[in-house]
Design a protein around this ligand. Structure first.
Ligand code: 5GP
Length: 189
């Protein structure tokens, strides 16, 4: 097989992707968010709690813009099947390894869509005796909200479309895109 007929597995310029936010726009906004968080939490030691897997890139870029002593933890959650989804109940797949009593928690999430996952998670964390629980989200699709969730630090409001990249996946693909794009047709490989 010649090099030109070999299948291409390149991803970043995939024509099924409609770019929405450039890497540069994302970094600029994250720097502003990090500076705001550092100002608001001056003199304190917040615990940043990343929600796996989608928030891992956002969290790693965000913490490098927060000039404070911070802690990092991760949780992984998955929603139950379609019928139980409307109840907002989610399954904790990986729980915290540490007690959060008396800590200032900043939950770091990739995207708030219906709000079901976050409203469950925030209530769960508050019940564990944290001093405060606030939410940092990179993206917000407000049109789709079923449960009200207060986002304390928001990167971008986006339209109601399925987005991938910068940690966000479709069936585990596209997390490594260095920008955020609308997936035009999920059926096209
Ligand atoms: P919610 O409970 O707010 O409906 O769901 C939030 C979760 O759904 C996010 O953490 C993310 O995993 C997933 N999600 C919602 N909208 C999108 C989207 O446009 N793209 C991707 N990749 N995931 C999404």
């Amino acid at each position: 097989m010649s090099a030109s007929s070999a299948p291409s597995l390149s991803e970043f310029g995939n024509p099924n992707l409609e770019p929405l936010l450039t890497g540069e726009q994302i970094q600029t906004r994250i720097s502003e968010m990090g500076a705001e968080i550092a100002r608001d939490y001056a003199g304190r030691n917040p615990l940043l709690l990343g929600v796996l897997k989608g928030a891992f890139i956002f969290l790693s870029d965000l913490i490098r813009t927060i000039d404070l002593q911070i802690g990092i933890e991760f949780m992984a959650i998955s929603s139950y099947g379609a019928e139980t989804r409307s109840s907002g109940e989610v399954k904790i797949v990986k729980d915290l390894d540490v007690a959060i009593e008396g800590r200032d928690i900043l939950v770091v999430e990739d995207i708030v869509d219906t709000g079901l996952t976050l409203s469950y998670l925030l209530a769960n964390l508050r019940s564990r005796g944290a001093a405060s629980v606030k939410l940092v989200a990179l993206l917000n699709k407000h049109e789709r909200r079923l449960r009200e969730v207060e986002i304390d630090y928001l990167g971008f409001n986006i339209p109601d479309a399925f987005v991938v990249g910068y940690g966000l996946d479709f069936a585990e693909r596209y997390r490594n895109l260095p920008y955020i794009a609308v997936l035009k047709d999920p059926l096209i490989q």
